[in-house]
Design a protein around this ligand. Structure first.
Ligand code: ADP
Length: 403
């Protein structure tokens, strides 16, 4: 089935068309600067020079979807002759609260519930909803499926998702751990089982999704049992610009000492902290931090060491939660591309019998085992593919719906 995957932000729309039978990406692209002027459209067709890019004004998400549908159906540039060849649209949705435990066929009733979840992700869900509406307009007959970032973590047991605050805050206001990057963790856990030749039901793995945003998940038998992000994506390990978990009194102290408002403090914790803040504003980008580290820059070394330490603590706690693990898998921008980060994390784990294969870690490419023979826990790096994960879930839901 040809699935169009849509990832809609407030001012951008990323898309990808995937033939799910062969897992082939047919075309992909991006609509940038929606609703803010100076829009730009990118369209790539795999193995062909039919693709193009051009400046287009996108007053709203409808124009963005119109432009991409025109490109994919156009006799000169298209990859399908008619929209009816697109079997389904899979929408990436950030927050499904505790209402959605899996990818879901979008009906008018489901739309209402997605809208109700908007207060949990005010920056993301409204844009996601506009994407669905815009696609509905041009493809009224095409099945639409919502795939939620939070759904994979709905298997967390109560003891993992509750915070140590009065229970009524959970009951009345729904304050609990949700976890994020679910599609990536699920996809990478499945791929880890595949590369190990194991049934996922028998696998205990710790997935380290290390990108700008980053989270770590303990996966047992294919289900998320704990994850480092929390009620929001601010919690957990230290990230590019986010602080990760900290003593909540610090929020109060920061406001008090700077005379700033709660909003000001939250801005600092979200956008000026993490590697960026710890390094004295060198960069939130790991490549810059590594370069500065190698040249002996003390601020970069401090930021890097603190970052690694925060990751190791989560891995340690998830080893305890899982009662040991068969595998630790690294993914996302840093996890896939930084042998330096992987080496530093794994050197902490040597006492637990983890042994990296230095050559596989440094020189290999793509999905692979990077631990040495005899390592007590196998270590992998596996490229994440959230769009593929969305496309495959979409087909599953559509097929189930049609039965
Ligand atoms: P997000 O999707 O959360 O924006 P990504 O998964 O794209 O983030 O990861 C971005 C991070 O990956 C950046 O910190 C970037 O420096 C890092 N990264 C990308 N390539 C490399 C590399 N070769 N070495 C080290 N870090 C890298």
């Amino acid at each position: 089935m040809k699935v169009l995957v849509i990832n809609c932000g407030s001012s951008s729309l990323k898309y990808r068309m995937i033939e799910t039978d062969t897992k082939e990406v047919i075309c992909k692209g991006l609509c940038e600067r929606i609703g803010i002027g100076g829009g730009h459209f990118k369209y790539d067709v795999t193995g062909s020079d039919k693709g193009f890019e051009k400046d287009v004004e996108f007053p709203d998400h409808n124009t963005a979807v119109d432009t991409l549908i025109k490109a994919v159906t156009d006799p000169d540039t298209g990859v399908v002759s008619d929209v009816s060849e697109i079997g389904a649209v899979g929408h990436r949705l950030v927050h499904g609260g505790d209402k959605f435990t899996e990818a879901t066929y979008i009906t008018p009733d489901v739309m209402t519930v997605i809208e109700e979840c908007s207060s949990l992700a005010p920056l993301h869900n409204p844009a996601n909803i506009q994407g669905i509406r815009a696609c509905r307009k041009v493809m009224p007959e095409t099945p639409m499926v919502g795939v939620f970032d939070t759904a994979f973590h709905q298997t967390l047991p109560e003891k993992a998702y509750l915070y140590g605050i009065p229970y009524e805050y959970y009951e009345k206001y729904g304050i609990r751990k949700f976890g994020f990057h679910g599609m990536s963790h699920e996809y990478v856990a499945r791929e880890t089982a595949a590369i190990m030749g194991k049934d996922i039901k028998d696998l205990k793995t710790i997935v380290c999704h290390l990108g700008n945003g980053a989270s770590i998940t303990a996966v047992k038998g294919g289900k998320s049992v704990d994850t480092s992000m929390g009620y929001t994506p601010l919690d957990g390990i230290i990230m590019g610009t986010r602080c990760g978990s900290l003593d909540p009194e610090i929020v109060h102290a920061m406001a008090d000492k700077t005379g700033g408002s709660m909003e000001d403090v939250m801005q600092v914790l979200n956008f000026k902290s993490g590697l960026f803040g710890l390094s004295g504003n060198i960069s939130s980008d790991m490549r810059d931090i590594e370069e500065a580290y190698e040249s002996g820059n003390e601020a970069a070394i401090r930021a890097f060491d603190t970052y690694i330490y925060s990751i190791v603590k989560y891995i340690g706690s998830y080893l305890a939660v899982l009662g040991g693990a068969d595998a630790i898998t690294f993914t996302a921008g840093i996890g896939e591309n930084s042998p330096f980060v992987r080496k530093h994390i794994c050197s902490y784990l040597e006492g637990l019998g983890v042994r990296l294969d230095a050559e596989a870690n440094e020189k290999g490419r793509g999905a692979r085992c990077i631990s040495a023979d005899g390592s007590a826990i196998k270590v992998y790096t596996i490229p994440t593919d959230e769009e593929m994960s969305i496309a495959l879930s979409t087909v599953e839901v559509v097929n189930r719906h049609n039965v």
